[in-house]
Design a protein around this ligand. Structure first.
Ligand code: SF4
Length: 456
């Protein structure tokens, strides 16, 4: 893969606006309290699916990374997780009875920091899930790891519990950058842990990197990317740091003058894309890279990639059940979310045995637009006839008000629109969410798009 095909600096600058990442359509901004728990139960009953992806949110972190925009609770007290697991157990038993006809194909623990849990707490949680849900024989089990507070033997422990995928937060290996973001960690330990995890049997390991952090420059980030390559992982997620200090208080610790300028940030992104492609990674979506033999790359080449609340996935056919504080579910024709605040979660579980707070029932228009956006996000291609057949519409008539919005992208050579298809050019890969915004019926209502991060 040649990196130059993805990068046209003038166009990237022109379209560097704020926009949703479309892990769902409609986005979470449309979730509302009119969508009740009863609506959620109906959506489960009406869903034609019988395969389930489980997401479990562990909200605790040992310390605060100043760039972070996640939903988390910072504490040094690991015992707090005991209380959390008690409430989570109640939610699991309440929800599991609604999913008796389902088979679990995928389990992901995210956070916060799932590796905040002690070994015995992990054992307890896996046992609880397996007692209550029916797991497929081949189940994809993944977990996010903060490498600062773990021991080498965590790899054996997770493997013995059935986990087969790891995702490790590296972000940047430079000490000055790490100090600025309050995330000092040992690169040598991370490299040894990854090597050890491979020996233990893990077949898929991802690391996260971030560009746009304080004090990053071409020299420092070249070292980070080279080190990432030496770790020889299967996937690399490359995120753009979105500086939104009015929304995320911790980011106020990062002084503006420490941050790279927009030109420097472009240069960092370009460097990363070029180096990762040179290292032999395929550029998957907006921010994911995978080795050609990895199933994300295989799925994309087969036009079979999907997207859900965790990003790109190969398990698009599954319903998604989120468990724990702030977790999001996508069941049948609905999206829903648990309460975001920990004490509120405890209170809700204690009084109602569930913590459902809001959601949305998808209209037919939401479903059609959602499919168009997903196809473009995942495959950079849309077969209009497939949409026409599936939904009994005429694509060009149905989207008559939206298609003129593509004109600017067509003029810039970023997309072609023929009678039968929409095809996104490779150089628009980084701008794909801008293109998808043309099909978003809700966006006009959110003039204040600063609620979303910038494209770059
Ligand atoms: S980046 Fe991860 S470990 Fe750091 S505060 Fe956020 S959720 Fe916690």
């Amino acid at each position: 893969m040649r990196a130059t095909q993805f990068f046209d600096q003038a166009l990237l600058k022109k379209y560097n606006t704020s926009g949703p990442r479309y892990t769902s359509y409609p986005t979470a901004l449309e979730f509302n309290e009119q969508f009740s728990y009863t609506n959620l139960v109906s959506a489960i009953k009406e869903s034609p699916n019988n395969e389930l992806s489980l997401y479990v949110h562990i909200p605790f972190c040992h310390s605060l990374c100043y760039y972070c925009g996640c939903n988390k609770v910072v504490t040094r007290h690991r015992d707090k997780a005991d209380t959390y697991l008690e409430f989570l157990a109640q939610e699991i038993t309440e929800k599991a009875v609604l999913f008796k006809n389902y088979t679990i194909k995928q389990l992901h623990w995210g956070g916060g920091t799932p590796s905040f849990l002690r070994h015995e707490q992990m054992v307890k949680l896996v046992a609880l899930l397996k007692e209550n849900f029916t797991f497929a024989e081949q189940v994809e089990m993944s977990i996010e790891i903060d490498p600062r507070e773990i021991e080498m033997n965590l790899a054996e422990h997770l493997y013995s519990l059935g986990f087969n995928r790891l995702s490790i937060g590296v972000q940047d290996i430079d000490k000055k950058v790490q100090q600025a973001i309050n995330r000092v960690q040992s690169t040598e330990f991370i490299a040894s842990f990854i090597a050890h995890a491979k020996q233990v049997g893990f077949k898929s390991i991802n690391i996260d990197l971030i560009y746009g952090l304080p004090h990053q420059n071409i020299a420092t980030f070249t070292r980070t990317l080279s080190k990432a390559n030496e770790m020889a992982v299967d996937r690399i997620s490359l995120f753009s740091y979105a500086h939104m200090p009015t929304r995320f208080a911790a980011q106020r610790k990062l002084k503006d003058e420490w941050l790279p300028s927009i030109e420097e940030k472009f240069a960092l992104m370009k460097l990363a894309i070029e180096m990762l492609c040179d290292f032999g990674y395929e550029f998957i979506g907006m921010d994911h890279f995978a080795k050609p033999e990895d199933e994300l790359a295989i799925a994309q080449n087969a036009g079979d990639l999907h997207r859900n609340f965790q990003g790109y996935t190969t398990k698009g056919g599954c319903d998604l059940l989120g468990l724990g504080v702030s977790s999001i579910s996508a069941i049948g024709n609905s999206f829903s979310q648990n309460t975001k605040e920990l004490q509120g979660y405890y209170k809700a579980i204690a009084t109602k045995a569930h913590a459902h707070e809001k959601g949305v029932n998808l209209s037919r228009d939401d479903i059609i637009r959602g499919e168009v956006i997903r196809e473009l996000m995942c495959n950079l291609y849309l077969d209009k006839n497939k949409i026409n057949e599936k939904f009994a519409i005429s694509f060009d008539d149905y989207f008559a008000d939206d298609l003129p919005l593509l004109q600017t992208f067509i003029q810039d050579g970023l997309i072609s629109n023929t009678r039968d298809h929409l095809r996104v050019d490779q150089k628009a890969r980084l701008l794909i969410r801008n293109i998808c915004m043309s099909f978003d019926a809700y966006l006009k209502q959110h003039i204040n798009t600063q609620r979303f991060s910038r494209v770059i």
